[in-house]
Design a protein around this ligand. Structure first.
Ligand code: ADP
Ligand code: MG
Length: 438
């Protein structure tokens, strides 16, 4: 596999790509800071980053599917708006047509491109065979397992012989073993040159997946998304996840992922977190207080300090599965990070060793001190004589700062945390929040 060679023309070159969403008040939510990425032939590139950091947004702009807010994407040197690039995308959700058979699903993109019946039949059957779907041509998606569905997703993407194959967390919805099998099959097609695709661009939040597949790994930071680190992987295939070089790289990438947010590494002038904070908004990680309590207890068992990677191993978790929980504890001032080690603060220690009432009190104090939303909620509820307001009132406030989905999720998380902290009560039947009197 060739690496980035000067002199070789990139298939895709994105220059100072940006994505932002203008807001009614004239400000804007910057999701992607000016970023340049090049995709060279012969390479698998993995784009790695925490959930919600902007990976899918980046992928869609690179394919030309979604407009850029600023900057430009070039395909073979031509602006993508003039060219219609030959790409296809495999989605996490499979995105198959439920009313079409396997064969019809795979033929669909050829039909859309006006390929004649016989020809599209021939091409679809060939690719169905090469992804191991032969015998399933006339099955419907609902009759297939997740793994088989994603094989259809891959076949449908490959049937147009895309120059670059884009994949957006293609294996995340599958169980571990099926995901491993499909990764192996993909590598067989790619390394065995059984497909004409010249480059693969895969989005993932799974570090090991990136190290198994990719020649180059780009780690995105968030708020707004920017390239935080880049790694070249110079290892042959198949890669052994017990190989010391493999685990070393996983560790390096893991540290890059955990350290980035907490070292203030964001391009000047584009600090979205700072922007939101100025406007009194902190983005809540979507976690349960009970999960954070578990993490703090485990740390307390380790004398208050542990390497997160070792900790994740002990818990048999993907390292990145720990990150939202770590973020939560950091946001609340119960934990700090130093070079990949998580360290309990005094409050964190008190929390870990406290009984349930002491924990709730610490959580409540920390939430009010560190998260403006909870202060706003408390004040607004207190201002009402009956101490009650519909949750929608706060959701509307969040809508100003987040996409609709994210605002909803922020509200759900805030309600969970607020109930735990006994800050307020929530009545699901009426959708109303009532302040807890102390
Ligand atoms: P990922 O794929 O890394 O999980 P996405 O690219 O899907 O992330 O989303 C990146 C960010 O863009 C999210 O934080 C999301 O809230 C934000 N976003 C998406 N649409 C809008 C919008 N219309 N207005 C404001 N922010 C948005
Ligand atoms: Mg995504």
């Amino acid at each position: 596999m060739s690496t980035t060679t000067p002199g070789v023309e990139p298939i895709i070159a994105a220059k100072d790509l940006e994505k932002f969403y203008p807001q009614p008040d004239g400000s804007r939510i910057q999701v992607i800071a000016p970023t340049s990425i090049e995709i060279y032939p012969g390479q698998i590139i993995a784009l790695l980053g925490p959930s919600g950091c902007g990976k899918s947004t980046m992928l869609r702009m690179l394919t030309g599917l979604s407009p850029t807010s600023a900057g430009m994407v070039y395909w073979h040197g031509q602006p993508v708006r003039d060219e219609s690039p030959n790409v296809s995308i495999v989605f996490q959700s499979f995105a198959l047509f439920p009313w079409l058979t396997v064969l019809e699903n795979v033929e669909a993109p050829l039909e859309a491109r006006g390929v004649a019946v016989m020809e599209r039949h021939k091409r679809a059957l060939r690719i169905i065979d090469s992804v191991g779907l032969d015998g399933f041509e006339s099955a419907y998606p609902k009759e297939l397992s997740g793994g088989m569905k994603q094989r259809v997703g891959v076949a449908r993407a490959l049937v147009v012989e895309p120059e670059v194959l884009f994949m957006d967390e293609p294996f995340s919805a599958l169980d571990v073993l099926t995901a491993e099998t499909l990764r192996g099959e993909l590598m067989e097609l790619w390394l065995g040159k059984k497909i004409t695709t010249r480059a693969i661009f895969i989005v993932t939040h799974n570090i090991e997946e990136a190290v198994i597949l990719a020649d180059r790994i780009i780690v995105l930071g968030r708020n707004p998304a920017h390239i935080h680190a880049e790694f070249n992987v110079n290892m042959g295939h198949p890669r052994d996840h017990k190989d010391p070089r493999f685990t070393e790289l996983v560790d390096l990438i893991y540290k890059a992922l955990t350290l980035q947010e907490h070292t203030g590494h964001v391009p000047a002038g584009h600090d979205e977190t700072e922007e939101r904070r100025k406007r009194g908004i902190v983005m809540l990680p979507h976690t349960r207080p009970g999960g954070m309590a578990g993490l703090l207890e485990i740390l307390d068992d380790h004398e208050g300090r542990a390497d997160l990677h070792v900790l994740a191993d002990e818990l048999s978790l993907e390292v990145d599965a720990l990150l939202p929980t770590v973020d939560t504890a950091m946001l609340l001032g119960l934990l700090k990070l130093e070079e990949g080690d998580a360290i309990l603060t005094d409050d964190g220690k008190a929390f870990a060793q406290g009984d349930i009432q002491e924990r709730k009190a610490i959580f409540r104090k920390a939430a009010l001190a560190n998260i403006p939303l909870f202060r706003q909620m408390e004040q607004a509820l207190r201002s009402k004589s009956n101490r009650t307001l519909p949750a929608e009132f706060f959701q509307d406030l969040l809508d100003e700062h987040f996409s609709e989905d994210e605002a909803q999720r922020q509200m759900e998380t805030a309600i969970q945390w607020g109930r735990y902290a006994e800050l307020f009560d929530y009545d699901a039947a009426t959708g109303k929040l009532t302040l807890t009197e102390t």
